[in-house]
Design a protein around this ligand. Structure first.
Ligand SMILES: NC(=O)c1ccc[n+]([C@@H]2O[C@H](COP(=O)([O-])OP(=O)(O)OC[C@H]3O[C@@H](n4cnc5c(N)ncnc54)[C@H](O)[C@@H]3O)[C@@H](O)[C@H]2O)c1
Length: 257
């Protein structure tokens, strides 16, 4: 196989959740540039940003699908999977990217905060893994990437965050699911980003003092751009990573090294 083919997703079908902005949008666009058709969903569509990403994918000569869905609602997940298969015939790659979370401390966390954080970050990933996993097992082919966070690997704050607990669970889910579906030629990996400049982290990079603190732990002394996660998600989805499964790939500028 030629080197370029290892990074090519020509005519693959990808589903990316939470794709209207940030890391999800960067992954969707990178996949389209690599040749994939991309179905995307997001809980927010009214601002037109998801449609704008879909439009850019079409301008790259690839097909897109933009759907409104809440990843934590099973009927929404089934709708996204059904529509994608109706439109594109199959799903080769799933990226569970949708996530959110306030950095609340456990002692101040309400039951509602806890339920919401776990629902979006963990339950949404579980529901999509289950629905798309069945399809991939049947086809004996597929690649799933779950976007976790370095906070799911190390206690990086001096307090408990429901978000970190959810991401830690996403990591173990990814490892065990990789084992469950490995015999069916389906790979499952997690990517654990460090600080990435997106709307989610605006309160950090928008404040010089917080930015200094947040980047002090990295070897590179900076936050990263969403495209720096997307390029890793591209490698993992491609043939070059055919023997990589059950892994957590840290994309963190050395923060946890
Ligand atoms: N930015 C970082 O520093 C960082 C670090 C580690 C991990 N992550 C993870 O990367 C992923 C993407 O984060 P981002 O920084 O691009 O955030 P972002 O807030 O810019 O984008 C997240 C997207 O997910 C969507 N979303 C939220 N809840 C949803 C739901 N229930 N159903 C469907 N869509 C939903 C949002 O509308 C938004 O478009 C998240 O899982 C996040 O936890 C981000």
């Amino acid at each position: 196989m030629k080197v370029a083919d290892l990074y090519s997703l020509t005519d693959k079908v990808a589903v990316v959740t939470g794709a209207r902005r940030g890391i999800g949008a960067a992954i969707a666009l990178t996949y389209a540039e690599a040749g994939a058709h991309v179905a995307m969903c997001d809980i927010e569509m009214a601002d037109g940003e998801l449609d704008a990403v879909a439009q850019k994918i079409n301008e790259l000569g690839r097909k897109s699908l933009a759907l409104k869905a809440d990843v934590s609602v099973n009927t929404d997940v089934q709708y996204v999977v059904r529509k994608t298969i109706e439109e594109f015939g199959r799903i080769d790659i799933l990226v569970n990217n949708a996530g959110s979370g306030k950095g609340t401390r456990l002692l101040e966390t309400t039951e509602e905060d806890w339920d919401h954080t776990l629902a979006v970050n963990l339950k949404g990933t579980v529901l999509f893994c289950r629905e798309v996993g069945k399809h991939m097992v049947e086809r004996q082919s597929g690649c799933i990437i779950n976007i976790a966070a370095i906070g799911g690997l190390k206690a990086i704050r001096d307090y408990v965050r429901p978000y970190a607990a959810a991401k830690a669970a996403v990591i173990m889910l990814s490892r065990e699911f990789a084992r469950e579906v490995g015999p069916f030629n389906v790979r499952v990996n997690a990517i654990a980003p460090g600080g990435i400049r997106t709307e989610l982290t605006r309160s950090i990079w928008g404040d010089p003092e917080r930015l200094k603190q947040a980047t002090a732990g990295t070897f590179m002394g900076r936050m990263a751009e969403p495209e720096e996660v997307a390029s890793v998600a591209l490698f993992i989805a491609g043939e070059g990573a055919a023997w990589i499964t059950g892994q957590v790939i840290r994309v963190d500028g050395g923060a946890l090294a």
